[in-house]
Design a binder for this molecule. Structure first.
Ligand SMILES: [Zn+2]
Length: 1054
């Protein structure tokens, strides 16, 4: 029997509104208890995660403990944790979505021994709130009551410890029930985990930070910032249009001065504002932090300011912020924060000297975040000195109006400053990428494929699926050494004379059940991450490199799309979607396929499948394969031409493919290469994605996952148009078709770099393609601008992208629907899908950023410790691609580096180039024009730099202790750089990029070998500096290093 209750909730929405919700609340006689000691597992319906039996007690954290100490509860050492629903809801309502999601992920994580107990649905656990009782007291009382019930439910066989911060509760309940203990969290750690040093450090750090916050608010010194307005006032103000809601975006090059509020929600539609709002200075920013959702108030027009366009100290951004230099723009100040978006921040502690200069209050240390956009954070710690050589993770706790800086606490050590692993770990944390290896619990659900126990096609699947093994010549074309083969192709002539084109994609969802451990993990990762020297897979390698990978000569499950085409017009007559069994005959690499297409058959020596064949069958097989590749290419040309007529764009750097070498290392990032066969494959994939998009949208119009690419804002094209004009080209940006055509024409035969740069500018001006749920968008917004298609999705790479897994499930559900069969797949609702798309889009951005940042890290390591005066590699040819007031932006094709070169130095001297064209610094002035900049010395000499001029640059590295190092460029001659060595001049610049990664990796390894000897001394040093804590710090560091390495250890054959 269910009993009905009503429960009143005050909820704060995503947009900051407070809602009063009356929820009907049904009480049940039993809810899952997830305990192995359960006397009635059937009644409790204990499916899914259970607590381990291997514990001496269960621990139940009170709501406040969950809020404040979640990061300690995350420690894998802590076992048998029961999170009460009441505590989880307190986190959700008071700590926001980010913290709540962390908790949810922890509960889902198979590696962590914790469960959720829905105490408020259990009829004996639920306690109504009493009249006059505070929310806090009621929460604690409910949790205690549930703890007692749970203890009895497990037949008094397992002691239960409730940990709370509420002294009164400890007094009141401490000895009320035998077997149920109530103690403080600190006490708990001291008694049960005396050796878990890292947890103690963290706990101290949190406690100290809280204590100081309390002291501070009592002291209540002079106000540094105005108070934030109450939520109700903000909401009313936003509604009436007095305040504007948006996301705070700090300019990383002028983090102290410039931030913008990017309009969001109602504000972006209703107000007349078209641009962002400038927030000038820290005072006006009023304690909001990059990424927060804020409410801002516009200042009167006479107080408006313009944005800066001069090159900043660390300016190497190529994103043009439009040509609206110092013209005043809407300027405002922040009056309140609607949603805080704080995350983990990597920081650097000040050096010894700096600590001393920070003065009397030496316990509070100002640390500098790696991300320029985040303000310095005040940390209370005695370990500042021990931590000064490390990258450290901290969290912000609060930012009072009385404090210049936010307060935070120390979380953990990442690695040494300037150490490759430490810096990579930094990049991962800064992008919120977590790549803990797959756990045993996750892996034990995976199928096996070993020589003793080979994986086989099952008889049931054989009955259910269309079997293509005997009927179809299926093959794959991928970069050399590719292990995760997502996609294969086939083409054949049917008996009726028509052609049949097939795209067969790895059937990942056969192995990954919805909401299984692996599914949850893959969803969290959302994508495979490719860094410059390593990658982190979305799926475990038993799937990604083996059972899902459509390798040659083995049976595999696939999801196929097959089109029946007219033999001459290639018009689509019919299309079939479904599950299949395939056996790929050839695993070709691009270059070989291209040779075959070009009629150069000697390449078959490199194709293993042709070995051990007699001459006759070899000839027959070759003919068959060559016909298929030729036919595919012809079909692809035709399909491509059709898209071209609609204005498909060929852009620089839109699609990057990763090439892996034999050791699975990333060999190169290849932008779309001119090999035609590459396009053939791409076109077939685009075709499959397009047809699957249509299919799932038709079947589920309100909950299909598609990918849109919105048309760009015209104003973003102004720089592109101006630059092209400088070279005498005209770029027509009115549509994707005109843009594509005019970009094709903007080709300087004497300098191919010009076209590349223009395409790259066009790409920069574009918005990103994004996943979305069809229920959230009008149909005309579905379009993919870049590909010139009305509907598009991602179906062809389920091994590497979670979006494709969702799309596979949608497609299979659509097929069941067509057959009037029950839909087994549990589909996402529009709301859930929208949320998921947001997550995947966010993870894709993180993947891009981490790839870019790791590439820059390697570039800096490559040039670091070189003498820029003497070494050949430090001098290179560069092309000017943007003009600023005090310098230019330069692209170096050889290394693919973009960066700023100043024409005026710190002493105010300007660049001057004598008759020998070598540059020197002279007193003088700069004058900037639309497409050029002139430097004139007081002596009267002048030199002018135009857009697209080739110059000789010297590359050096500007080291930074707290941030990433940056490449510095210096123009040393206004003439192009003539490469003395002809061999070098013919080297492919892309090849050099991978060489660069290799060389850096090698020297890092050598340095590590040399350092291993020193480890022991380092350990002693720690003990000296941080007394008892030294050892654990060091061990922690090593542990993290191991974790970071483990995931790629296979790649290195370690
Ligand atoms: Zn039970």
């Amino acid at each position: 029997m269910l009993q009905k209750r009503e429960k009143v909730l005050l909820l704060r929405t995503f947009h900051g509104r407070t809602l009063r919700i009356v929820r009907e609340h049904y009480l049940r006689p039993s809810v899952p208890c997830h305990s192995p000691l359960c006397p009635q597992p059937a009644a409790c319906r204990n499916d899914g995660k259970l607590l381990t039996s291997d514990v001496t007690h269960y621990v139940i954290p009170d709501w406040k403990v969950v809020q404040d100490y979640l990061e300690i509860l995350e420690f894998p050492e802590l076992k048998g944790i029961i999170f009460m629903q009441t505590a989880c809801q307190a986190v959700q309502h008071q700590r926001g979505r980010r913290q709540y999601n962390k908790l949810r992920n922890l509960l889902k994580d198979a590696r962590h021994d914790s469960i959720l107990f829905a105490n408020e649905f259990q009829q004996h656990c639920y306690l109504p709130r009493e009249r006059g009782e505070s929310m806090e007291k009621w929460q604690t009382r409910s949790i205690y009551n549930a703890a007692v019930w749970y203890y009895h439910h497990c037949q008094d066989r397992m002691p239960v410890i409730m940990v709370t911060e509420d002294e009164e509760a400890i007094q009141q309940y401490g000895s009320e029930t035998e077997g149920v203990f109530v103690i403080s969290f600190k006490n708990y750690l001291d008694s049960f985990w005396p050796d878990l040093k890292a947890a103690h450090e963290l706990c101290d750090s949190i406690l100290q930070s809280r204590r100081e916050r309390e002291n501070e608010s009592q002291e209540s010194r002079g106000k540094e910032y105005p108070e934030h307005l109450p939520l109700e006032v903000l909401e009313a103000g936003i509604k009436s249009g007095r305040y504007i809601q948006g996301i705070l975006n700090v300019n990383k090059h002028r983090a102290q001065m410039e931030a913008f509020v990017r309009l969001q929600g109602a504000s972006s539609k209703d107000s007349d504002l078209v641009s962002d709002i400038l927030i000038h200075g820290m005072k006006a920013r009023n304690r909001s932090i990059h990424g927060d959702v804020v409410a801002a108030e516009l200042l009167p027009k006479d107080e408006w300011k313009g944005r800066t366009t001069a090159l900043g100290e660390s300016d190497n951004e190529d994103k043009a912020s439009g040509e609206s230099p110092s013209e005043p723009m809407p300027t405002g100040r922040v009056v309140g924060i609607l949603q805080k978006n704080w995350r983990d921040y990597v920081v650097t502690f000040p050096s010894k000297e700096e600590v001393q200069s920070q003065g009397k209050n030496a316990q509070k240390i100002l640390v500098t975040p790696w991300d320029y956009r985040i303000p310095k954070i005040r940390i209370s710690t005695q370990q500042a000195e021990a931590l000064q050589d490390f990258r450290v993770v901290v969290r912000i706790d609060s930012w009072e109006s009385t404090s210049v800086y936010p307060n935070g606490h120390f979380v953990r050590v990442l690695g040494k400053i300037r150490d490759l692993e430490g810096e990579i770990a930094t990049i991962l944390v800064e992008n919120s990428i977590s790549v803990v290896p797959f756990s045993e619990a996750q892996m034990c659900k995976m199928p096996v494929n070993t020589p003793e126990n080979p994986w086989k096609v099952s008889p049931e699947e054989e009955r259910e699926r269309k079997d293509l093994r005997k009927t179809h010549l299926v093959f794959s074309i991928d970069p050399k050494g590719c292990e995760d083969v997502d996609d294969t192709l086939s083409v054949r002539t049917l008996n009726n004379g028509n052609l049949e084109l097939g795209v067969h994609i790895a059937d990942v969802t056969h192995f990954v059940a919805p909401n299984s451990y692996i599914d949850t993990e893959a969803r969290t990762r959302a994508t495979t991450y490719y860094l410059a020297d390593r990658r982190y897979d979305m799926l475990p390698s038993i799937l990604s490199a083996d059972l899902c990978s459509l390798l040659g000569g083995v049976d595999r499950y696939a999801v196929s799309v097959m089109w029946e085409l007219d033999a001459t017009s290639y018009e689509v007559k019919k299309v079939w979607y479904g599950r299949t069994i395939i056996r790929s005959t050839y695993k070709l690499f691009y270059e070989a396929a291209q040779e075959l297409l070009d009629g150069n058959f000697s390449v078959i020596e490199d194709i293993p499948e042709f070995k051990d064949l007699d001459e006759k069958s070899r000839q027959a097989k070759l003919e068959e394969l060559v016909w298929a590749i030729g036919k595919l290419t012809d079909i692809a040309r035709h399909v491509r031409a059709k898209r071209d007529r609609c204005g498909a764009l060929e852009l620089e750097g839109v699609e990057v493919r990763v090439q892996l070498d034999e050791q699975k290392n990333i060999h190169d990032l290849i932008p779309k290469e001119p090999l035609e066969v590459h396009e053939t494959v791409a076109e077939c994939m685009i075709l499959a994605n397009h047809w699957v998009a249509k299919k799932i949208w038709e079947s589920f119009p309100h909950q299909a996952l598609l990918r849109q690419h919105p048309p760009p804002h015209q104003e973003f094209f102004s720089e592109l148009r101006e630059c092209a004009k400088a070279k005498g080209f005209s770029i027509d940006t009115r549509s994707n078709k005109t843009l594509a055509e005019s970009l094709d024409k903007a080709n300087d035969p004497s300098d191919p770099i010009v076209n590349r740069l223009l395409r790259s500018m066009a790409t920069q001006a574009m918005s990103n393609a994004l996943y979305f749920s069809t229920g959230s968008c009008a149909e005309e917004e579905f379009r993919h601008y870049g590909l010139a298609l009305d509907k598009y999705t991602h179906f062809t790479s389920p091994i590497r992208r979670y979006s494709d897994i969702v799309v596979h499930r949608l497609l299979l559900a659509a097929i069941s629907k067509d057959k009037k069969m029950e839909i087994k797949e549990n589909l996402f609702s529009n709301k859930e899908l929208e949320e998921l798309c947001r997550h995947i889009n966010n993870r894709n951005r993180a993947a891009q950023h981490s790839q870019k940042q790791s590439t820059e890290l390697f570039q800096c390591m490559y040039f670091k410790d070189r003498d820029p005066e003497t070494e050949e590699r430090c001098i290179s040819d560069g092309v000017i691609y943007s003009i600023r007031t005090n310098g230019v932006l330069v692209f170096i094709p050889r290394f693919g580096i973009k960066g700023a070169a100043y024409l005026k130095n710190k002493d105010g001297l300007v660049i001057s180039c004598g008759p020998d064209s070598r540059s020197e610094w002279q007193p003088g002035s700069l004058q900037r024009f639309q497409n050029k900049i002139t430097s004139t010395t007081t002596r009267g000499d002048s030199v002018t730099f135009h857009l697209f001029d080739h110059v000789t640059v010297r590359i050096s590295v500007q080291a930074s202790r707290c941030h990433s190092d940056t490449i510095r460029l210096e123009i040393i001659s206004n003439k192009p750089y003539m490469i003395p060595n002809t061999e070098l001049s013919h080297q492919n610049p892309l090849l050099l990029k991978s060489e660069l990664v290799k060389e850096v990796t090698k020297s890092v390894e050598e340095a590590q070998l040399a350092q291993e000897v020193k480890v022991e001394t380092i350990q002693e040093e720690y003990q000296e500096y941080c007394q008892t804590k030294g050892r654990s710090l060091y061990l922690l560091l090593e542990e993290i290093k191991d974790l970071a390495l483990l995931d790629v250890s296979n790649d290195y054959g370690v």
